[in-house]
Design a protein around this ligand. Sequence first.
Ligand code: PAF
Length: 284
Amino acid sequence: MKVFHQISLLRDELKQARQAGKRIGFVPTMGNLHAAHIELVKKAQQTNDVVVCSIFVNGLQFNDSSDLDKYPRTLQADIDRLEVAGCDYLFNPDDAEMYPNGTEVQTRVICPTMTGVLCGAARPGHFDGVTTVVSKLFNIVQPDEAVFGLKDYQQLAVIRRMVEDLCMPICITAMETHREGDGLAMSSRNGFITATERPKVVILSQQLNGIREAVQSGREDFSQLENEAIQAIEQAGFKVDYFSICCSKTLQRVDDKTEAITVLGAMFTEGARLIDNLSFSRVR
Ligand code: PAF
C-alpha cells in the first residue's frame, strides 16, 4: 500500500490511475480501524479497480476539545490492517495539509436540513465539519464511489443529500452495521466502554429491535414506545441522549404516512457516547 501525506502527490498518483481507465473507490475514516472499517474497504474493492482509504481526525467536526484529544490514534496498527486487507492507497494528511488557512476561516459546506436534530442537536456544528471535510476529501480523491457505514445513519443521510445538492458525480454506497456477537454496533469508541458496562450496553440495540417488533405488529403510539425504550436504557444505568422514531429519508418524526422508518438512539456510558439505529418498513 502506498501512503500519501500530501494532496499533490496523491492527486498525481490517482490521475495516472484514472487515465489508465481505473475506477476509484474511497473509504474516508478517522482511523482506529476495526473490522467494520475493513468491511468498507472490502466492499469498495468489489466494484472498483483501486481503493483509497483516508485517515484524518477532523478537528472541525468535534465540538468538544477533550473528545478530540482523547480520540484514539493508532496509525501503525491501521496501516498494518489496511495492508492485510489489500488496500491500494492511504491518504493521511495532517491539519496543515487539510486546513492550510486554519479552521476558523475555512470555507464551510453546510447542509441546512437534517443536521440540527439527533446527533446534530447534541453536537452543534458537527455535521458542518463532516460535510466540509468530506467534500474536501471528495475533491482531493475524486472517487467514482465512496463507501460509508450505516451505523452513522444521520451522517450518511446528510452526505447523500450533499452529493445530490452539489451534483457531485460520486456513487454513495452504504454498508450494513457490523456488530459484535451480542449485537453491539462496532465503533472506535467501544474501547472506552468499561468491563462492568460492557454486558449492559447491548440494551441500545435491544431497544431498537424491540421498537421494530412493536411497530411491525401494529403499535403506532410512537411517543410511548420512545419513552419505554428510554426508561429501559436508563434502568440499565445509562443516560439517554436521544431515542427517536423517524422517517428514514428526512429524519423528521415519524407520522401516520411514514412507510420507511429508522429508529435512532444515542446514550452515554462512563467514557463514551454510543449511537445505533435500525431501519425497517411499516407493515400495514
Ligand atoms: O465517519 C467518520 O469517520 C468521519 O465522520 C468521516 C466521514 C471520515 C469524516 O471525518
